[in-house]
Design a protein around this ligand. Structure first.
Ligand SMILES: Cc1ncc(COP(=O)(O)O)c(C=O)c1O
Length: 384
């Protein structure tokens, strides 16, 4: 264990340390966007900043079509509305509830699959088992959580084999790569979030990406008649999911800083690895692998099942010390579906044993030392 002198660990600013990027552009940048908008007199309805953002995102992500939307949840609903035809939708029993909510909002039935053990990625055996036994499932909605990526190749084999649609909820993994290519091109479509806590931000916002021209036209028509592309698709329902010019302008500023944001996060992530002392009590989830390059937007501790009864106590201690760590994700997912939770042991275990620590633009080396000091002390005092 690394000795940390107490004077190094003091969160003397008294700031609350949040989970999430919280990248706020400099006031001058912010003002520049407002000046630009006041010159064009374009505030929303597919304005010039929005179109510029969509072009720049498409280049950055290496995808043909990008549709900016009001937020990630609306993006998921629009994607589901465009892609899912009938029957049920399969999704893991472990995600932020917006994933399940989007399915409910389009009125489809949910089936759950399990995750892997100690990973938020979906379990392939569990997916296949559900597809084999429930012919009613015609779409899979898979979240790429904690700034990592699912096993894209294997999952696309399964979706082809069972002839089901595939949508990725990549709201937590913008800018991550799989086999050297940024995600955005996988499945029928992917959805990203630009919420204030995400890697790039428009405070609220998001986008849908696809390489399929017809799907893009359909998505654009469901979003709104402003910016709708093509004449073939006549939507029954529209979402009014437009992104405003102010949101688009902010997002462009934050996209221009993305390289340094990822580098900062990676540095902070590695500092956590250096200063924390997990022993055998927990692991620090590693989001990068041989084929996945993470954006390091999340630091998640997974507590050994023998000790997960201490998770909520640790969270309380951190919260009392201004560290707003969160259990990612501990919700009652049975509200969306009445399948027996016992059938999803890995998801249930994750819900009980994870804790997500502050990272992002606002977090400094001193903050990491402070957080690590509190966590190391907490477990040392338990004498496990
Ligand atoms: C996995 C997941 N899906 C969907 C969303 C919804 O995104 P938004 O907050 O932009 O609506 C979030 C938001 O954090 C998320 O984490």
């Amino acid at each position: 264990m690394i000795y940390i002198p107490i004077e190094m660990t003091d969160n003397s600013l008294g700031n609350k340390l949040h989970v999430g990027q919280l990248y706020v552009p400099a006031f001058e940048d912010f003002k520049g966007v407002i000046d630009q908008i006041s010159k064009t007199n374009y505030y929303t309805n597919n304005g010039p900043l929005l179109q510029q953002l969509e072009r720049e995102l498409a280049i950055y992500l290496g995808v043909k079509y990008v549709l900016a939307v009001t937020n990630g949840t609306i993006g998921l609903m629009i994607a589901l509305e465009a892609i899912h035809k009938q029957g049920s939708i399969l999704t893991p029993r472990f995600s932020f509830p917006a994933t399940m909510n989007a399915i409910c909002m389009i009125g489809a039935n949910i089936f759950y699959c399990d995750t892997l053990r100690f990973s938020p990625n979906a379990c392939l055996v569990s997916i296949e088992d559900k597809l084999k036994n429930n012919k009613d499932i015609s779409t899979i909605l898979l979240p790429n959580l904690w700034s990592t990526v699912n096993n894209i190749d294997e999952i696309s084999c399964l979706s082809n084999k069972y002839n089901v649609n595939l949508i990725y909820d990549s709201t937590q993994s913008f800018s991550c790569s799989y086999k050297g290519k940024r995600i955005a091109i996988n499945g029928n479509a992917e959805v990203f979030s630009f919420h204030a806590t995400k890697l790039i931000t428009s405070f609220e916002g998001g986008c849908i990406t696809t390489n399929n021209r017809y799907l893009y036209e359909k998505l654009s028509n469901i979003r709104s008649s402003y910016g709708a592309v093509g004449h073939l698709y006549k939507p029954v329902k529209t979402a009014n999911g437009r992104m405003s010019e102010l949101q688009a302008g902010l997002c462009l500023k934050s996209l221009s800083k993305i390289k340094s944001s990822v580098a900062h996060n990676k540095m902070i992530f590695n500092l956590y690895k250096k200063f924390l002392n997990p022993k055998k009590i927990y692991i620090i989830f590693e989001p990068s692998t041989r084929i996945i390059e993470s954006n390091y937007q999340y630091v998640v501790l997974i507590i050994n099942p023998n000790y997960n009864k201490f998770r909520d106590r640790l969270k309380d201690v951190l919260n009392k010390n201004n560290i707003l760590a969160r259990s990612y994700f501990n919700y009652d997912f049975s509200v969306f579906n009445n399948e027996n939770p016992i059938d999803f042991p890995c998801s249930i275990e994750l819900s009980r044993s994870t804790i997500c620590l502050p990272i992002g633009q606002q977090i400094t080396i001193k903050h990491v030392q402070y957080v690590a000091y509190i966590i190391n002390n907490f477990f040392n005092n338990l004498n496990l």
